[in-house]
Design a protein around this ligand. Structure first.
Ligand SMILES: C[S@@+](CC[C@H](N)C(=O)[O-])C[C@H]1O[C@@H](n2cnc3c(N)ncnc32)[C@H](O)[C@@H]1O
Length: 286
């Protein structure tokens, strides 16, 4: 929801922006402007460099990272971030909150803060940012247009077993925190990754190649890309920022009847239309 459809009655506003994944360089110009112009800036970004940079361009800023404490329920941390944000807005300040990546992608308190601010009669909106998925498309050379792309939070994926299509790209987020409702970075991940791997083996061959992906957070670093058979997933090195990408199972089927209806039948036959793995994924590194 944007600020266009609200009738703000109160002084004070909220703008939520994303920092991108790579420190500083993936900040958009409009997000930088929002940080510069705010009365108060709050930020939740794991890398320290971005925090220092934000404090330089707007000294009236503070980190929200202290909302996370070992063992604290994530829902409490989200509430605290939302409450802290709203407290400043209610003081009549123009508040800018920066979350890493895209601020609306897998970020509960950003959406909740905007919802509450609007409900209380303040102006509130979100600006887009560069998400981990955007970086993944670029670094692995995947175009979601080739056969569709599904994206799920890993715990949700296991608990709800949503219908998904193995002939589409599949992206699973937060595989480093499966089943973890508390902030617990030192937890042993292995048991939950075994559960995930066993679940995926119902749909994919154990030799199906998968990718563990970490976008670079710093200009001097390369992305970390592990390419491995699904059967090796449970023994792989996984961190809190790992995202799992599963390429599609190849299929050559398409609806010839529909192609004919669209007037494409003879054209597709002539080009021997089929999906090829090389076309779908041009990443070649190890
Ligand atoms: C709470 S979500 C935040 C996502 C973020 N708002 C975004 O737009 O990318 C955290 C999850 O994002 C993914 N993620 C975060 N940083 C990443 C990185 N550097 N590389 C790959 N995936 C990352 C991982 O799946 C991680 O568990």
């Amino acid at each position: 929801m944007s600020d266009d459809n609200t009738k703000p009655t109160k002084k004070g506003s909220l703008i939520i922006v994303g920092s991108g994944i790579e420190a500083i360089r993936q900040f958009t110009l409009e997000s930088r402007e929002a940080v510069e112009q705010a009365d108060k800036v709050l930020y939740h970004i794991p890398d320290e460099i971005s925090g220092i940079w934000i404090s330089k361009i707007n000294p009236n800023s503070e980190s929200l990272l202290d909302c996370y404490v070992q063992g604290k329920p994530r829902s409490d941390a989200y509430n605290e971030m939302t409450e802290r944000t709203l407290r400043y807005v209610r003081q009549g300040l123009d508040v800018c909150v920066v979350y890493y990546g895209h601020p609306g992608v897998f970020v509960t308190p950003s959406h909740e803060s905007i919802r509450r601010a609007l409900a209380e009669g303040f102006r509130a909106k979100m600006l887009p940012g560069i998400s981990a998925e955007d970086c993944l498309f670029a670094n692995l050379g995947i175009d979601p247009s080739t056969c569709g792309c599904q994206s799920f939070e890993a715990t949700y994926f296991l608990l709800h077993a949503p219908r998904f299509d193995t002939s589409s790209h599949l992206i699973l987020w937060q595989i480093g925190t499966i089943g973890d409702t508390s902030y617990n970075p030192s937890r042993n991940l292995k048991p939950s990754v075994i559960v995930l791997a066993d679940f995926l083996k119902k749909y994919y061959d154990p030799n199906h190649e998968v990718f563990l992906y970490e976008a670079s957070q710093y200009v001097i670093c390369e992305p970390v890309i592990q390419r491995l058979a699904l059967s090796k997933l449970a023994t792989a090195y996984i961190t809190g920022i790992s995202t799992l990408y599963i390429p599609p199972k190849l299929t050559e089927s398409f609806d010839l009847g529909m192609a004919n209806k669209l007037g494409l039948g003879s054209e597709l036959k002539a080009t021997n239309f089929h999906f090829s793995f090389k076309k779908l994924l041009h990443f070649t590194g190890k």
